[in-house]
Structures are given as structure tokens and as C-alpha cells.
Design a binder for this molecule. Structure first.
Ligand code: PMP
Ligand code: GLN
Length: 382
């Protein structure tokens, strides 16, 4: 299919396979190596044993829609009607694809910030739309964008902006000022914002995650997306949700109906429970992840990498040039043999790979002993 010609196997599958084949430590694909809250896991098992095994309602189990609405209200002061403004999806990935497919006619344009999460490019391509990448560049130790570049990326065909904060793969958490800049462009050009907030509870050092929908004039034009995977350390559950005004949710639901119709029932019940009862666990997990971030950063610095300290997510970006390397893709392929570790070459997330050639992404959502062993191995590089 011509539309999908540039997409082969995702970098995450490729690099995880490489880790398995070579027996390397996998600091590539972002998934935790410990499980989510015990009681939540029990709830899922109880749901299966209790007979929640047939199709749940297409828009989602009412109790999950209700729990998502309560969560949005409690954390962000945002009101969404669980009956019509919330849609449960098969992870954030389906939500993103369904949103883009719902919004775009062939030839429409979608603005993304590069480096971008890989499914964005594929979702835009599936819609026959065109992506316009605005580059995040390092300034004062964090990745940010030039507002003029964002404005210049808008054309008469622009339909939407895809915004991911906390941002994978850079670890940037957009400031209120940066988000206000995005909001202004959306308002001025009547664009829809699709926000990917799967790391909403993983911001560190007191940095606040600000949902774009909370800014003036944005709730009505934002499709807000999140999922259970990162918040509750259950990336295999693939349970996500969309919150948006009824006409936008309805449009996404129409697409979603024919992609998957509905999402798995038992995980929905357990996620509803966790959103209501396990937010203390989430906070403890955030604190633990911040310590893991610091542990990995210290080790990577000792090993000779240039490190860009992330304010959120599971990931740290490194500059490989201080170690004498110049090409992250080449190093990522050789890293299992050189050090017995797998990482992700950041350049694959760019439309302008040159701009990310010297970065390598490492995941720190791993047990301390795994991080320590990886760091010991990476010291072989210098
Ligand atoms: N967006 C971003 C930025 C991600 O890192 C991921 C990976 N978890 C996803 C979306 C996909 O989330 P899900 O597993 O809920 O589909
Ligand atoms: N979100 C995870 C990451 O960035 C992986 C998701 C996937 O495997 N598609 O590593």
C-alpha cells in the first residue's frame, strides 16, 4: 500500500527483538519490569472470573467513563459528560489513530513536533493526510520549539496539531507558556488539538503537567487522550480514553466503532477501580521513577554520555558525541555487541533525521539492579 510504504516494523519491535536475540539489557522499548498495583491486578482477575467476558458497550464501560470524568475533574478541574464526551479505546494508540482519521480528509495537514512518537506519522499517513514537523531543539538543557517555526508550519490545509506532553522521546514537559503558544495558534487558525497525555502523572522535580484543554478557549477544540499503561504500569492492558466535546468524541467514536468496535472489558473494570482508588500508588511510583531517572543519569554521565535531564516520562536522551560516536542508528545497532545493552536511536522519530542523529534514548522504568547492570556494561564504551 503506497500510503504505508515508508513504515516497516516499528523501532520498538525491532530493538526488543534485538535485545532478546542478543541477551542484552533492554533499555529501548518503554515498559516497566514490575507490575501495577496488586489490588488492581486482582480486580482484573475478579472481572474475568465474575463473568465480564462479553462485549462491553462501544463507548466504554459506564463505570470507566464515570471514573475518567471524575479523574479529569479532580486533577484538572475539567468537566466531561461520561455519557457522550468520553470514549474508551484500545490504548492511546487507537485513540490517536481514530482522532486523526476522524479529523482529516486526504491532503489535510497535521502539525507534529519532532522527534515524535512513531504512531503519529503512521496515523497521519493512514488518513491520507500530510504531516508537518516542527523541530524541538535543545535550549538550556531541554527540548523546546521556536514559536515562529510553529506559526510558519500552519497552511490553509492545516487541520490539527498533535501535542504530546510529557513528551516521548525527549522527556520535555511543555511549560504553560509553550502551551499557550500552541493554544494561540489553534485559536487563531481554528485548529483542533489532539493531545497525547499518557505520561500525565510522570512529571518530576515539582514540574506541573498542564493539560492543553485547561487553557482559555481550548476545551472546545481539544481531543484529550490518555491511557492506563503508563499511569498504572500495565502497558500490556491497552486501555485508553478520549475526552472531548460531544461532536468531536462522536466523530472519533464513529471511526473507532469500525476499527475495534469496543475495548476489552476486564481491563476497563480494573482501570475504573484504579483511577478511583490507586492514585496514592501512582504518586509513589512517580517518586520511585524520579529516583530511577537520577540513578540512570548518574551512570550514563559516568559512562561518558552527554545527558539531557528529562522533566517527565520514562526516557532520557543522551548525546553520543562525547564518546566519539556520531550516528545513533549505527551505535544502537552495535550496542548489544559493544556493551550488551539496547537503546533507541532517536533519529527515527524525525522527518529531518540529521537533527537527531547524535541522540540515543534510554528507558529508566526498570528495576534498580537492571539499571545498575546496564550502566556497568555501558562503561565499556569509554
Ligand atoms: N503515546 C506515547 C507518547 C507513548 O509513549 C505511547 C507508548 N505507551 C503511546 C502513546 C501508546 O499508548 P498505549 O499503549 O496506551 O496505546
Ligand atoms: N511507548 C513505548 C516507547 O516509547 C513503546 C510502545 C511500543 O512498543 N509501540 O518505548
Amino acid at each position: 500500500m503506497r500510503r504505508m510504504r515508508e513504515f516497516g516494523t516499528t523501532v520498538f519491535a525491532t530493538m526488543t527483538k534485538l535485545a532478546v536475540e542478543t541477551g542484552s539489557i533492554n533499555l529501548g522499548q518503554g515498559f516497566p519490569d514490575t507490575d501495577g498495583p496488586e489490588r488492581m491486578l486482582e480486580r482484573a482477575a475478579e472481572a474475568v472470573r465474575g463473568g465480564l467476558n462479553q462485549y462491553p458497550p462501544g463507548p466504554g464501560l459506564p463505570e470507566l467513563c464515570q471514573a475518567v470524568a471524575e479523574h479529569r475533574k479532580q486533577w484538572y478541574g475539567l468537566s466531561y459528560d461520561p455519557d457522550g464526551e468520553i470514549l474508551v479505546t484500545v490504548g492511546a494508540t487507537e485513540a490517536i489513530a481514530a482522532a486523526v482519521l476522524a479529523l482529516c480528509e486526504p491532503g489535510d495537514e497535521v502539525i507534529v513536533f519532532e522527534p515524535y512518537y512513531d504512531s503519529y506519522a503512521a496515523a497521519v499517513a493512514l488518513a491520507g493526510a500530510v504531516r508537518r514537523a516542527v523541530t524541538l531543539r535543545v535550549d538550556a538543557g531541554r527540548f523546546t520549539f521556536d514559536p515562529a517555526e510553529l506559526k510558519a508550519a500552519v497552511t490553509p490545509r492545516t487541520r490539527a496539531i498533535l501535542v504530546n506532553s510529557p513528551h516521548n522521546p525527549t522527556g520535555t514537559v511543555f511549560t504553560r507558556g509553550e502551551l499557550e503558544c500552541v493554544a494561540r495558534v489553534c485559536r487563531e487558525h481554528d485548529l483542533v488539538a489532539v493531545t497525547d497525555e499518557v505520561y500525565e502523572h510522570l512529571a518530576f522535580d515539582g514540574v506541573e503537567h498542564v493539560p492543553l484543554a485547561t487553557l482559555p478557549g481550548m476545551r472546545e477544540r481539544t481531543i484529550m487522550i490518555s491511557s492506563a499503561g503508563k499511569t498504572f504500569s500495565v502497558t500490556g492492558w491497552k486501555t485508553g480514553w478520549v475526552c472531548a466535546p460531544a461532536p468531536l468524541t462522536g466523530a472519533v467514536r464513529t471511526v473507532k466503532q469500525f476499527l475495534t468496535y469496543t475495548a476489552s472489558a476486564p481491563w476497563q473494570a480494573a482501570t475504573a477501580y484504579a483511577l478511583r482508588e490507586e492514585m496514592d500508588w501512582v504518586e509513589a511510583q512517580r517518586v520511585s521513577l524520579q529516583a530511577k531517572r537520577d540513578r540512570l543519569i548518574a551512570g550514563l554521565e559516568e559512562a561518558g554520555f552527554g545527558v539531557l535531564r528529562p522533566a517527565g516520562t520514562y526516557f532520557v536522551q543522551t548525546d553520543i558525541r562525547p564518546l566519539g560516536f556520531t550516528d545513533g542508528l549505527d551505535l544502537a545497532r552495535r550496542l548489544p555487541e559493544l556493551a550488551g545493552v539496547v537503546a533507541i536511536p532517536t533519529q527515527v522519530f524525525y522527518d529531518h533525521p540529521d537533527r537527531g542523529r547524535h541522540f540515543l534514548r534510554f528507558a529508566f522504568c526498570k528495576r534498580d539492579e537492571v539499571i545498575d547492570e546496564a550502566v556497568t556494561r555501558l562503561r565499556r564504551l569509554s
